[in-house]
Design a protein around this ligand. Sequence first.
Ligand SMILES: [Zn+2]
Ligand SMILES: [Zn+2]
Length: 297
Amino acid sequence: MDSAASRLSWTNILFFAAAHLLAVAALVHLALDFSWWTLGLAAAWLVLCGLSITAGYHRHFAHPTHKAAWPVRVFYLFFGAASVQHSALKWAADHRDHHALTDEEGDPYDARKGFWWSHIGWIFVEDRHPLDLGLVPDLAGDPLVRFQHRHIVLLGVLAGCVLPAALGLLWGDPIGALLCAGFLRLALQWHATFSINSLAHMLGTQPYSRQCSARDSWVTALVTFGEGYHNYHHRFPGDYRNGVRWYHFDPTKWLIFLASKVRLTWDLRRIPAATIEVARARVAGMEPRAGEASSPE
Ligand SMILES: [Zn+2]
Ligand SMILES: [Zn+2]
């Protein structure tokens, strides 16, 4: 980290700290004035926002693994804004950099710099990756994506604060709804997303490629709506599935698949099974790495 102290992003650090304090306030509020409605809303928001990032920002915008009808794209963009991870345009550009430069200088969340850097450290310093539209030419002309990019703060406040608080009015707990579905949900969702950049490059096995640090782990998949099969994903980023086996826990692929049954998504891209087996066999033929056998699959 070259002179990271001089490049700290105080806006990000203060917002991150404030959001976590409000998440703690949400827990206190729940302990003092518990409501199943408020807890249910927070859980629903966690699922809606989480899937908007995994199915939307990641598997639709960053990697065009499926096509989606406009209501689905609006859903991805609206709840994606509540996730406070930049606009889809910026997120996709950063993520394409991550795939092109994995474990190299220029990887925005380079796992070689350790757990804390790839988890949250990279957010605490000034962004050295100004939006490069050359990385996202397919998205730059999309009117919905451009609208979200222009109004990302307003949309984030609407989807992440105003709407949950308004729903909370229905059962007389707008403050609890704001704290729980707004900030407790946000803190949990952040750490789930960040663990894809940190844990998914450190914990698990490498059945498909050893070209980069990405790893497959059901543990990370469990908390990331299926994104923990990250070794497969780095080897075949064009596949709408990350957990490629039918029994792999990947709610994101199930959502995209179910939506395709009612024509809300289509052109789901799958890597042929034979190609996947060739990659697996090639890696299996290599020498095992020290310690790999003890990692969870
Ligand atoms: Zn990765
Ligand atoms: Zn990706």
